[in-house]
Ligand binder design. Structure first.
Ligand code: CA
Ligand code: CA
Ligand code: CA
Ligand code: CA
Length: 352
């Protein structure tokens, strides 16, 4: 497993190639635009190797990098996004085998760059809520056409854009969600076969889960308490039970919070252990070695549930403490489902 980090202050992306033994030696730095705000991944040149995209806020650009055969990152394309871009996601919206690119930002519309055009020309505009800081792509209504879900930062909402095919999109469905959504992902959290939505909202200190009825109608949010001022979320199956769990980082209490998704019935005891190192994303230096978390069955029985959903429960959160004399943990990532390689935004990462 390799790691890519973006340095907001320096306008660079750092590339750490894992050696398979848990070491992540710094391999390469590559300059991108000013103020990289979001990293994401797709195979832009369809050569079978995952590539990297970087949303650069100050410059209004998206830098596409490609992975060369020697394992180095190389410049590929720079896309002009004539907005204040905050986030992006990749998916094959027109199902031509080439990844397409959706960009969100402060303005009240999304931009779509299509792979069939080589990401050139005027991007398509989809009108919707302003202040989109998080996006994901997936088929919510089972018609096999990938849809888009956007989470707003200041608007306390999510918006679902259904793909009507042939480049057409339905009017977005906007509904209330968390306040200051820093991240949003799709996944099947209740294992009923359809994609649900999760966001993390900093201002109300919760994870928000919207369950899908199978037709793309999303429930009101189920709130799960997490750390103080959480600004990063990642999805991972931390205990190998085939349920998607949530991890957040929270900057006011300096914590990495692990929320295990455990089916309500049967209440099968689970023992998890995570061990790893904390790495400062800006310097690449190790902040703490041998960080470990062991969550026992006894702990699982104690205290209140961290939150519940129909068919699933999230157990009390064990946390990694981050030393308070260090900078706050801005980001945390493990594998995100099986669709994209794990990527990080700037900050700290937890390396199992
Ligand atoms: Ca590639
Ligand atoms: Ca496509
Ligand atoms: Ca669809
Ligand atoms: Ca589901």
């Amino acid at each position: 497993m390799d790691v890519v980090l973006a340095s907001y202050a320096e306008g660079k992306v750092g590339w750490h190639l894992g050696d398979g033994r848990g070491n992540l030696p710094f391999t390469q730095a590559i300059g991108v635009g000013k103020a990289p705000h979001h990293l994401f991944s797709a195979d832009w040149d369809t050569d079978g190797r995952a590539d990297v995209g970087v949303v650069c806020y100050d410059e209004g650009t998206v830098h596409l990098l490609r992975t060369g055969s020697s394992g180095s990152l190389q410049p590929y394309k720079v896309l002009k996004a004539p907005i204040q871009p905050r986030t992006a996601a990749a998916g094959d919206l027109d199902r031509d085998g080439k990844p397409d690119l959706v960009v969100g930002g402060e303005e009240p519309f999304l931009l779509i760059f299509y792979g069939k055009n080589g990401y050139t020309g005027e991007p398509q505009r989809l009108t919707g809520p302003a202040s989109v800081w998080a996006l994901d792509i997936g088929d919510l209504n089972g018609d096999r056409r990938p849809d888009i879900v956007a989470g707003t930062y200041t608007g306390s909402s999510i918006a679902t854009f259904f793909n009507a095919g042939f480049g057409r999109w339905e009017e977005p469905r906007v509904q209330p969600s968390g306040n200051y959504n820093f991240a949003l992902y799709l996944g099947d959290f209740d294992k009923d076969g359809d994609l649900d939505v999760v966001t993390v909202s900093a201002r109300d200190h919760v994870i928000n889960v919207h369950l899908n009825d199978g037709k793309g109608n999303l429930s009101d949010r189920h709130r799960i308490g997490t750390g103080q001022w959480p600004i990063s979320l990642t999805l991972a199956d931390v205990n190998g039970d085939d349920n998607v769990d949530f991890l957040t980082t929270s900057i006011h209490d300096h914590a990495i919070n692990v929320h295990r998704n455990v089916p309500v019935t049967p209440p099968k005891p689970v023992l998890i252990a995570i061990q790893g190192r904390l790495i400062d994303g800006d310097t690449g230096q190790e902040v703490a070695g041998n960080v470990s978390l062991v969550d026992s069955t006894a702990m699982e029985r104690a205290g209140d549930l961290g939150g519940s959903l129909p068919g699933a429960a999230f157990r009390p959160r064990p946390t990694f403490s981050v030393p308070s004399d260090r900078r706050a943990p801005y980001s945390c990532a493990q594998g995100h489902g099986s669709r994209v390689p794990p990527l990080l935004r700037s900050g700290l990462c937890c390396r199992p």
